[in-house]
Ligand binder design. Structure first.
Ligand SMILES: Cc1cc2nc3c(=O)[nH]c(=O)nc-3n(C[C@H](O)[C@H](O)[C@H](O)COP(=O)(O)OP(=O)(O)OC[C@H]3O[C@@H](n4cnc5c(N)ncnc54)[C@H](O)[C@@H]3O)c2cc1C
Length: 321
């Protein structure tokens, strides 16, 4: 799918009218998404932007709305399979430009510190900031390769912990373009679930409440988690982590292994030999290979065990939605 240059020109014109000349100038056409995702698949985004300020995100999404163009917001691309045929409309990526971190003592609790970070901040960096400042609560996130915004959206978690334990509040842009604060209770955080999945809000910043702790214990916990990950996960192949949500009463990896699918592949996509809950890109996988393999796994598990595996990884773009 190639961009229709009249669409981009109309987009640029609207942004310039709103006073966002630099943003208009930096819009990219037919940006290949493959390098922007951990799975290393994905065709072109019709229009692509990496804004630096919240007002720029608002201007981009308002303009898309005004022109009737779909808009998809991504973080670090570590939970995505993007279609080989690309994505229609605008893709906004929140990266380094939204990665400030600051902290202050919690006025309500002498044992806690409030850490404020931009949505593009990598969880790995945030977890290391916490460890350096002897703050506990984010050890579980030390190996999750997503951004803070993506982690809030997904309520990312590991080792029986998740973001809901540390989130205090979130600043986000509502679908109507209003920038406001969401309290923790409003976020509707559950297993790999937040209110933003239903309401389409864009997370710009989050405040996390971390506890003062012991640097040695924090670092030792991080080392333990890192060893576990390195031993059990296929980290030397591109992937998006666990492909499926954990079905109640079962372990996904064990079900897939019992079904004889460990190592099974379609094209360049393979069920990891190291961890059957991961689908990996052996090097030349297409998004279609991954989708076909995932469908095959879901069908097999349903037939053999009457269990419905739901995708945790989000499939985005032409043909997928
Ligand atoms: C090797 C590996 C290991 C992993 N391990 C774990 C793990 O242990 N636990 C776990 O939970 N996940 C894990 N993941 C998956 C992934 O890292 C998380 O889901 C992460 O939270 C995704 O963040 P992201 O910034 O990459 O989001 P993306 O993949 O870019 O986007 C994911 C979704 O979040 C939305 N989104 C992103 N940013 C925002 C924002 N600012 N506002 C609103 N919506 C937004 C996007 O629209 C999209 O729907 C792993 C992935 C890999 C590759």
């Amino acid at each position: 799918m190639m961009a229709d240059s009249s669409t981009i020109e109309a987009f640029r014109k609207k942004l310039i009218e709103k006073g966002f000349e630099d943003l208009a100038k930096d819009l990219r056409e037919n940006e290949i998404m493959k390098p922007h995702t951990s799975f290393r698949v994905g065709g072109p985004a019709q229009i692509y932007s990496e804004p630096s300020r919240t007002e720029e995100i608002v201007a981009l999404s308002d303009t898309a709305k005004a022109l009737g163009i779909p808009c998809f917001l991504m973080g670090n691309g570590s939970n995505l399979v993007i279609s080989d045929e690309g994505i229609d409309g605008l893709v906004i990526r929140l990266g380094e430009n939204f990665s400030t971190i600051s902290s202050e003592e919690d006025p309500a609790d002498p044992d806690a510190v409030l850490v404020t970070a931009g949505a593009g901040t990598l969880l790995i960096r945030l977890s290391s900031f916490a460890a350096k400042n002897s703050l506990t609560g984010l050890e579980f996130a030390s190996g999750i390769p997503g951004s803070l915004g993506g982690a809030v959206f997904m309520n990312a978690g590991a080792y029986d912990h998740d973001m809901s334990e540390v989130i205090e509040k979130v600043t986000a842009i509502s679908p109507s373009g209003e920038v406001r604060t969401w309290t923790k209770d409003e976020l509707d955080l559950g297993y790999r679930k937040s209110c933003f999945m239903a309401n389409g809000g864009i997370v710009c910043e989050a405040v996390l409440r971390l506890k003062k702790g012991d640097a040695e214990l924090i670092n030792s916990q991080i080392r333990t988690y890192t060893e576990k990950r390195t031993k059990s996960q296929p980290l030397n192949f591109p992937s998006a982590g666990s492909m499926f949500k954990r079905p109640e009463g079962h372990y996904t990896g064990a079900l897939i292994e019992q079904a004889g699918l460990k190592g099974f592949s379609i094209g360049g996509a393979q069920v990891s030999e190291k961890h059957a809950g991961f689908v990996i890109n052996k090097g030349d996988a297409t998004a279609k290979d991954i989708d076909d393999l995932v469908r095959h796994i879901q069908k097999t598990i349903k037939e053999k065990f009457d269990v419905e595996l739901q995708r945790e990884v989000r499939f985005i773009g032409r043909g997928f939605n």
